[in-house]
Design a protein around this ligand. Structure first.
Ligand SMILES: C=C1C[C@]23C[C@@]1(O)CC[C@H]2[C@@]12CCC[C@@](C)(C(=O)O1)[C@H]2[C@@H]3C(=O)O
Ligand SMILES: O=C(O)CCC(=O)C(=O)O
Ligand SMILES: [Fe+2]
Length: 364
C-alpha cells in the first residue's frame, strides 16, 4: 500500500508532470502592476454576482443544547458554518496567526529554500490546483502533514524553527480532536452509529485518518478586481476547519443569491463540508463551492485543516441513507481515487463518480 504522503503526491508517470511554474510563487512584494500571468480568466461560476442581501452564513454554538440540530441544518442548507465555543483557546489562534505571518514575511529567497518538490505534498508553493487553470492565483501556501520540522529547518536554519513547529503541532493536535467531535455530530444527525461507518476505519496496520494543515497567504494586490486569491473549488476531504483571522476574503456560492462573503467572526472557526462527507450523506450535506478574493490594503492569511479518511478506505453513501426513494448517488471511491478524478477534470470529479440513472445501483 502507498505510504500516506505518496498517496497525495503527483505521480511521476503522469502524462502531465507538474512544472515548477505551477509551484514557485513570484516575489509578490515587488510587483506594482498585476502581470498578464495573473489577470484572472473568469470561469462561468465567477460570473455570478456578489450579493449583500443574503442572510449571513449560520453560526453554531457548540455549547448549545441545539448544536446537533443546528449543525445538521447548516450542513444541509449551506455546507458551511461558523462554530463558536469550540474550545480552541484564543491565544493559540493568535499564536498560529503570528507564526504564519512570520513565515510568509520572510524574504522570497528564504521561502524558496523550503519549496515543495514536484513530487511532494509538503512545503512552500502555489496551490496544488494551480495546474488546472490558465492563469496564476494571487496566493502562496505552506503545506504541513504531521511535523513541519523538515521544511521549517530550511526556512530558519539557526534553531528559530522550534517555536513555529511547537505551535503548529499543538494546533494540529487540538484541531484533530475538534474535527472528530464535529464529524461525530454530523454522523449522529444523520442517524449513523460508529458501526454504520466502520468501513471508514482503516484496515489493520494503517493509521486512522489523514490530516493536512495548509497555511494560505494572500499578499496585498495592486489590482484585486482582476486577480483571484484561490479559484472556486470544493474541498475534497470529509471536513475542513478554517481559521480566517479578521480579514474577509472567503466567499461561497449560494444557489439563489450568488457569491456570499463569509465575514470573519472573532474567535470563531469556519467548518466546511468536503466532497467525501457529501458522498457519505448521499447528497444530504452540501459540499459548497468557495473561493478566496484578494484586496489592496491587507495581507490576508488563513489556516485550513483538512481531515480525510484513511487512504485505503472506500467511501460511499451510508447504507442507512439508501432506500428505494433515495438510491445511492455515488459509486464507492477512495480519497486517492477521488484526487485522481480531480486531476483528470477538476470541476467534473463528483459527476464522474455519480451513478447513471440507468446503472444497477450497488452500495457498500
Ligand atoms: C489534503 C489536501 C486538500 C488539498 C489538496 C491536499 O492534498 C493538500 C492541499 C489542499 C488544497 C489547499 C488549497 C485549495 C485546494 C483545492 C488545493 O489546491 O490544495 C486544497 C486541496 C483539496 O481540497 O483538494
Ligand atoms: O483562505 C480562505 O478563506 C479559503 C481557503 C480554502 O478554501 C482552502 O484552503 O481550501
Ligand atoms: Fe477550500
Amino acid at each position: 500500500m502507498a505510504s500516506i504522503p505518496e498517496s497525495f503526491e503527483n505521480n511521476n508517470n503522469n502524462k502531465n508532470p507538474i512544472s515548477l511554474d505551477h509551484i514557485i510563487p513570484p516575489d509578490f512584494k515587488n510587483i506594482l502592476k498585476l502581470p498578464t500571468s495573473h489577470i484572472w480568466t473568469p470561469s462561468p461560476d465567477d460570473h455570478h454576482p456578489l450579493t449583500n442581501n443574503s442572510e449571513p452564513v449560520p453560526i453554531v454554538d457548540l455549547a448549545s443544547p441545539d448544536a446537533l440540530a443546528l449543525t445538521a441544518k447548516a450542513s444541509e442548507k449551506w455546507g458551511i458554518f461558523h462554530v463558536t465555543n469550540h474550545g480552541i483557546p484564543v491565544n493559540l489562534l493568535s499564536e498560529v496567526e503570528v507564526q504564519t505571518r512570520k513565515l510568509f514575511e520572510l524574504p522570497v529567497s528564504q521561502k524558496l529554500l523550503a519549496v515543495r518538490s514536484p513530487e511532494g505534498l509538503t512545503g512552500y508553493g502555489l496551490a496544488r490546483m494551480s495546474p488546472y487553470f490558465p492563469k496564476q492565483m494571487w496566493h502562496e501556501g505552506f503545506t504541513i502533514m504531521g511535523s513541519a520540522d523538515h521544511h521549517a529547518r530550511q526556512l530558519w536554519p539557526h534553531g528559530h524553527h522550534i517555536t513555529f513547529c511547537t505551535v503548529m503541532d499543538e494546533y494540529q493536535k487540538q484541531l484533530k480532536a475538534l474535527t472528530e467531535r464535529i464529524i461525530g455530530l454530523l454522523f449522529k444527525s444523520l442517524g449513523l452509529t460508529q458501526d454504520d461507518v466502520k468501513w471508514l476505519k482503516p484496515k489493520n496496520g494503517s493509521i486512522t485518518s489523514q490530516a493536512v494543515l495548509q497555511l494560505n497567504s494572500y499578499p496585498v494586490c495592486p489590482d484585486p478586481g482582476h486577480a483571484m486569491g484561490l479559484a472556486p473549488h470544493t474541498d475534497t476531504t470529509l471536513l475542513t476547519l478554517l481559521y480566517q483571522s479578521n480579514t474577509s476574503g472567503l466567499e461561497v456560492l449560494d444557489d439563489s443569491n450568488g457569491w456570499v462573503t463569509v465575514q470573519p467572526l472573532p474567535g470563531a472557526l469556519v467548518v466546511n463540508i468536503g466532497d467525501l462527507m457529501h458522498i457519505i450523506s448521499n447528497g444530504r450535506f452540501k459540499s459548497v463551492l468557495h473561493k478566496a478574493v484578494v484586496n489592496q490594503t491587507h495581507h490576508r492569511i488563513s489556516l485550513a485543516y483538512f481531515y480525510g479518511p484513511p487512504m485505503d478506505a472506500k467511501v460511499s453513501p451510508a447504507m442507512k441513507l439508501v432506500d428505494p426513494d433515495h438510491p445511492p448517488l455515488y459509486r464507492p471511491v477512495t480519497w486517492k481515487g477521488y484526487l485522481d478524478a480531480k486531476k483528470k477534470d477538476f470541476y467534473k470529479a463528483l459527476g464522474s463518480i455519480k451513478y447513471d440513472v440507468n446503472d444497477k445501483n450497488e452500495c457498500n
